[in-house]
Unconditional design. Structure first.
Length: 340
């Protein structure tokens, strides 16, 4: 009896393995005919079969490199047809990284742009457990492999738009992508607007005068560049308004520091920061308030300006944030191979 019971359990286990194995994968079979079988499934309209067998070939060391790349593309096409854009992206990226000579390069460029738009902005993808970040990957892959494409600047801008969206608001990522459009594609139709948007996002990172002044200095530098580079552009009014707000916040930073020193009875420190506000930002509300406080003490901002010991203007410089240094360093690299 124990032997029969053991045999029955073994048989059931073997049957379960066969059933589960059949549901989970498609056998590769003869690797020399596998790709032809994928094409037959494609002719029959069996997108599920194409995706499964094509994916298995793409991952099989038994198939040739050319067959793996072709199978990956066909699997990607099938997954696109089934609305599995995130999976399709992985297949297309495989082709670009392993077979950049592929005749499907032009088609893949269009697919990546489509995938990026769908994953980032379609209502089908939302919530915490979504594939939206794959959309960023798809668009960044497009820009990396097709750097001279008409879609490359659009891809970076769309990434910036996604990160700047009200449901995301990752301002540093948004600023980085917008700056890349302005820096890498200065002739782009988006270059001017993206330069202003980069400064606008940096201004959002700053969170006002009570936080890190360096973020405000960074925003000011970008916005001044925007106004200077595009004095008659479509975003000039927005850039000027953001620059004015940045100057106001920077002046308020100096006033807050002056109040800090006053609260501790350090008059020299208070006067120095009041001088900064009055000299650097005379047109702002905080700058005028600082000048008035100095005047009450019989101090002239113009005279203070001539004495480096009584102001710290030479030290009011922006330090490039780490993410921007990394971006500048990575821009010098070729991340995925030669452009197509």
């Amino acid at each position: 009896m124990p032997g029969r019971a053991h045999s029955a359990l073994a048989a059931l286990a073997a049957l379960a393995a066969l059933v589960l194995g059949g549901c989970g994968s498609v056998p590769l079979g003869d690797p020399t005919t596998a790709l032809d079988r994928v094409r037959t499934l494609q002719e029959q309209g069996d997108t599920s079969g194409v995706a499964k067998l094509g994916g298995k070939i793409a991952e099989s060391p038994e198939a040739s490199a050319a067959d793996r790349a072709e199978a990956a593309f066909l699997a990607g096409e099938a997954e696109m047809a089934e609305g599995e854009e995130a999976k399709a992206f992985v297949r297309y990226r495989y082709v670009l990284e392993n077979a950049p000579w592929s005749t499907h390069a032009t088609a893949i460029e269009g697919r990546l742009f489509e995938i990026g738009n769908i994953l980032l902005f379609s209502d089908r993808y939302s919530g915490w457990f979504s594939d939206r970040t794959r959309g960023v990957d798809a668009l960044e892959t497009l820009q990396a492999h097709y750097r001279s494409s008409d879609r490359a600047d659009d891809a970076l801008k769309l990434c910036g738009d996604y990160f700047a969206g009200e449901d995301v608001e990752e301002w540093d990522e948004a600023a980085s992508h917008y700056l890349r459009v302005a820096d890498e594609y200065p002739e782009s139709e988006w270059a001017e607007r993206c330069l202003w948007l980069a400064g606008h996002c940096q201004l959002q990172i700053a969170k006002g005068p009570a936080y890190d002044r360096n973020e405000l200095l960074q925003a000011r530098a970008t916005l001044e560049r925007s106004v200077k580079t595009h004095p008659r552009g479509v975003a000039i009014q927005e850039a000027r308004a953001d620059l004015t707000r940045t100057q106001e916040d920077l002046a308020a930073c100096e006033l807050l520091a002056a109040d800090f020193y006053r609260g501790r009875g350090v008059e020299a420190g208070e006067n120095l920061r009041l001088a900064n506000a009055a000299i650097l930002y005379p047109e702002t509300e905080a700058g005028r308030a600082a000048a008035a406080r100095l005047a009450e003490r019989g101090l002239d901002p113009a005279a203070l300006k001539a004495d480096p010991a009584l102001n710290s203007m030479d030290k009011v410089k922006a330090v490039r944030p780490l993410w921007e240094k990394d971006r500048a360093r990575d821009a010098k690299k070729v991340p995925y191979g030669p452009p197509l």
